[in-house]
Design a binder for this molecule. Sequence first.
Ligand code: LLP
Length: 421
Amino acid sequence: MDHFLYRDGALFAEDVAVADIAAAVGTPFYVYSTATLLRHFRLFDEALEGMDHLVCYAMKANSNQAVLRTLAQAGAGMDVVSGGEYRRARAAGVPGERIVFSGVGKTREEIRTALEGGIRQFNVESEPEMAVLDATARALGKVAPVTIRVNPDVDAKTHAKIATGKSENKFGIPIARAREVYRMAAAMPGLEVVGIDVHIGSQLTDLEPYAVAYRKVAELTGVLRADGHEIRRLDLGGGLGIPYERSNADPPLPSDYGAMVKRTLGHLDCEIEIEPGRLIAGNAGLMVSEVIYVKSGEGRDFLILDGAMNDLIRPAMYDAWHDIIPVAEPAAGVERAPIDVVGPVCESGDTFARQRMMPPLAAGDLVAFRSAGAYGAVMASEYNSRPLIPEVLVHGDQFAVIRRRPSFDEMINRDTIPEWL
Ligand code: LLP
């Protein structure tokens, strides 16, 4: 459920008409709903009620300061994957003890930043990283709390580019080597082993792969405890999918996920961390765009928008589906026809949807891409010298620009011309 609904024929974000935002900030833009962000965070928080837990929002999904502040004030921790994300989380007011640091390639510099600034734990992904973490912590006179990310070799049944839990993926250490790697970690004075980490992929629409992975983690917990390690925390990653295509999807709810976590891991008396990103931010955001032209081709028509693949890359990158709806509600029973929805960027990949059934639209009309709050703005680029589009946050009947559109000069003047030119 989200808070983007039609009222009297006009699309609203909570209590603000989307067309009013468009008039104020221009198109294209992203708009997020505070109530939806909070609702999704709370669904996870409630799903784990009864277990000691922390929901660490995977901020890679949407790392705008205002989004982070909204979630942090509700009690969320953060999952960060870079020094930049760590700094963003801290700048938004998240204390170090609520930040977990994931990622396969943490640099010395990033590790130092987090150790100095305070960190809940590092999710270690390899032996070389473990050695660097140990040395860096010792050099600073600190002890780094760590979990080790295990790769359970489970097929998450999702898009290949976002599956992470198979042995051919670059993530984690093979679960079969876990005992040996935990033994090495325990011998490193700069590390304090606190638990186990696992994350098998993103946009999962079936709980079974999770259950398989979590049962393996439960078994490993027993083995490692018997080896003398104190396993008191389990970081279960993120990845729960959302219904991108509303007419045709019914992914599991956070409550179903929570019940499965309790079933598979509840007996271990561990503190549980989860790292959802998409499910919190995805359906809390729209990308709003204006129709520039409607072009008739040979046997196929094109809806040419002012938004493009540089603004929302998911369709080009993952063949992802986003529902596209007109901002002015079409009359009931209006006839829909297939049309290709495209952006103005100079490549055929700049196609949001092929032969999508759409009501009649004309130049100047507004459309909204649903489910664009996660992996939308954060993956945007300036390709074709298109400045990054603004982000807007709605809260009840208020809205605020939370990242403004840069001017063309700002974009161009980041380049510098060497003296010899
Ligand atoms: N934890 C770790 C260690 C991750 O790598 C990820 C996502 C998450 C948590 C959050 O997963 P989520 O709950 O958002 O599914 N750009 C792609 C998604 C990439 C996901 C990468 N890792 C997309 O637009 O579909």
